[in-house]
Design a protein around this ligand. Structure first.
Ligand SMILES: Cc1cc2nc3c(=O)[nH]c(=O)nc-3n(C[C@H](O)[C@H](O)[C@H](O)COP(=O)(O)OP(=O)(O)OC[C@H]3O[C@@H](n4cnc5c(N)ncnc54)[C@H](O)[C@@H]3O)c2cc1C
Length: 611
């Protein structure tokens, strides 16, 4: 391979989704900033986000950031760091107005304010009866293309601001010197040339790793490259056992039908035509949190009440059904939902159903099943997005993480819908500012001349090895075992099987090479390297799930069905220990105390989580 090309920027952002672009925008206001992304920015997965972005604006109903914080902590089944949650919910409001001023075309109320819709787990105390809670309209939206609009808006601002973009450059390594991060190594996909990016601060904003599972709402590029590469450098991953399954994936395909369908009144029915959420969440019904809804679907299917005895149920957004149950927000004004209401607010979902299922949701219900969706875990950070090197909270100088890649940790054991987009913009902005501060107060430090050599060896090794079997087969087997044994429900036996299977897949992966030996647009090589990332993260996920012997949020152990606040009210830190061994540590949850009757008591006391 030829000599790597050298670049120098004060800050390097890896990833051009919502988190990366927000960080780039704010960093570039102060220092020279470049974004390195394996996809063109507009193809980043943030563009798929449909339903909305949460902020307690009180535009349609009285609300407060404190309500939002309460819901986020309860939604996360309490293993949520409370200081960053308060930051998230307070700064959310400011960030929405920032986005609006940048030109984001939010939907409007008739009097011109930003429109909001309901989403699962977002509540407020019932006016006049504060001991009870009711769903609240907190999700700001641009039809069901909110993420796409966020990307468009931020990208335009970044261009205006003079951010340098390296599109279709794939990061393969971090440059770590004496425990500090001083840059990255990336491959230019079009030419196969290696590039060394020397920087004062680096942000990992590489998104999630939902391709670890067979049925997934995530695009092919979501392979956890950022956390996996950091993990190989001894940086832990946090709370990997908490992986969210979204209840309304299109049957068999996993393609997502936004929670906005239920927020706007859609109802789920089992094969007997029963509205089964009445049994599992009598108060919030379809707007219970995602983990509760996904488990409810599994329970119905297990009890033989799937549609036609199969493993799916129905999501019904026909106006006639919504009107019958009077479950849409517009019923509060005595109005009825019609085709136009559904078309104008859920056009993407209608299109997906018509395209992939051949079903017109205005006329028929849609078959759905839970789909792997969102990583609550990832690279651990503080609330300025600085990466932790260990469970004690020591930081890695120069390294930052934000967005789905990171675990800050505001989502705990289960993220609420619309809380990811707001996490991207709040902590993306914090990341940009913190990185610029760091860059301005530090000089460039030297990097080794051979910084790209380990990457070169890795690539040449993959190209030189004989192809003993197709790597795609290894990926398929990984996705199946993770889905079956480390999915919605888990047991000790299943997890042990997953651990052994992942270990043997790793051996097979290391033994085999790839067919295409070229350098130009060698997507086979890149997908093979992405699979390596997924395998390492799968090992950390399984080990974390084995260590948590309780059920909490998205982590449901059939052998430990209860939440155990005595032993497990903490975060899990998984660190690579040898080739596949994983060392598990724990870190205390950040709890805010307040004074009450002369005593220090938790501001958000632990409660039994019911909806
Ligand atoms: C279908 C769907 C609908 C959703 N709807 C909502 C919603 O309505 N509201 C909500 O709050 N959340 C929603 N989410 C979740 C939310 O969209 C994501 O969590 C969020 O967009 C992730 O943003 P990000 O910036 O962290 O990463 P992404 O937007 O995924 O971007 C990752 C970036 O990293 C780059 N990258 C990755 N690896 C490398 C590498 N090795 N080298 C260089 N670049 C790399 C990619 O090119 C990409 O630019 C939804 C998710 C899905 C899948």
């Amino acid at each position: 391979m030829s000599t790597p090309t050298y670049h120098r920027f004060e800050t390097i952002i890896v990833g051009s989704g919502g988190a990366g672009l927000m960080a780039a925008l704010h960093s570039s206001k102060e220092v020279g900033t470049a974004v390195v992304s394996k996809l063109y920015p507009m193809r980043s997965h943030t563009g798929a986000a449909a339903g909305g972005i949460a902020a307690a604006l009180s535009n349609l109903e009285e609300d407060s950031w404190e309500n939002h914080a309460y819901d986020t902590i309860k939604g996360g089944d309490y293993v949520v760091d409370q200081t960053p949650v308060e930051i998230l919910c307070r700064e959310a409001v400011e960030c929405i107005y920032d986005l609006e001023h940048m030109g984001l075309p939010f939907d409007r109320t008739p009097d011109g304010r930003i429109s909001q819709r309901r989403f699962g787990g977002h509540t407020r105390p019932v006016p006049g009866n504060p001991s009870k809670r009711e769903p609240v309209m907190r999700s700001c939206h641009a039809a069901d293309r909110t993420g796409h609009m966020i990307l468009q808006t931020l990208y335009q601002q970044c261009i205006k601001q003079g951010v340098t973009f390296f599109d279709e450059y794939h990061m393969l390594d971090l440059i770590m010197v004496e425990g500090e991060c001083r840059g990255i190594v990336a491959i230019e996909i079009a030419t196969g040339r290696l590039h060394v990016f020397h920087a004062k601060s680096v942000l990992l904003a590489t998104g999630g790793f939902g391709r670890m599972y067979k049925v997934s709402s995530n695009a092919f590029a979501l392979t956890g490259d950022g956390p996996a590469i950091a993990y190989r450098h001894g940086i832990p991953v946090e709370d990997m056992e908490f992986y969210q399954f979204h209840p309304t994936g299109i049957y068999r395909l996993g393609v997502l039908l936004t929670e906005g369908c239920r927020g706007d009144g859609g109802i789920m029915f089992n094969g007997k035509g029963e509205r089964f959420m009445e049994t599992y969440a009598p108060n919030m019904l379809e707007l219970a949190s995602r983990d509760v809804c996904s488990r409810s679907i599994y329970q119905e299917v297990r009890a033989g009440r799937g549609v036609s005895g199969k493993d799916f149920v129905y999501l019904d957004i026909r106006p006639s059904t919504i009107n019958k149950y009077k479950s849409s927000p517009i019923h509060r004004d005595g109005l009825e939902v019609d085709d136009h209401f559904i078309e104008s607010r859920l056009s993407e979902s209608l299109e997906l159903s018509r395209t992939y299922l051949g079903i017109d949701p205005l006329k028929e219900p849609m078959p759905i099943q839970p789909t792997a969706h969102y990583a609550m875990g990832g690279t651990p950070t503080d609330f300025d997005t600085r990466v932790f090197r260990n469970a004690a909270g020591d930081v890695v100088p120069g390294l930052y993480a934000a967005g789905e890649t990171a675990c800050v940790s505001v989502h705990g054991a289960n993220r609420l819908g619309t809380n990811s987009l707001v996490d991207l913009v709040v902590f993306g902005r914090r990341a940009g500012k913190a990185m610029a501060r760091y860059a301005k107060s530090h000089d460039f430090k030297e990097i080794p001349k051979d910084a790209a050599v380990p990457t070169k060896i890795m690539i040449e090794g993959a190209l030189a090895k004989p192809r003993t079997e197709p790597w795609v087969r290894i990926r398929d087997e990984l996705q199946v075992v993770m889905m079956d044994d480390c999915g919605v429900y888990r047991t000790a036996e299943g997890l042990a099987n997953a651990r052994q299977t992942v270990a043997s897949l790793k051996k097979r992966y290391e033994a085999t090479g790839i067919q295409d030996k070229g350098t130009i647009f060698n997507t086979g090589l890149l997908e093979y390297l992405e699979l390596g990332c997924l395998i390492d993260l799968a090992a950390a996920t399984v080990a974390s799930a084995e260590s948590r012997k309780e059920s909490r949020g998205a982590h449901s152990r059939e052998d430990f069905p209860d939440r155990d606040d005595v032993k497990h009210f903490n975060h899990t830190f998984a660190t690579k220990d040898g080739d596949l061994d994983v060392k598990i540590d724990t870190r205390a949850v950040d709890v805010i105390y307040i004074e009450k009757d002369g005593q220090q008591v938790p501001k958000y006391p632990l409660e039994v989580r019911k909806y």
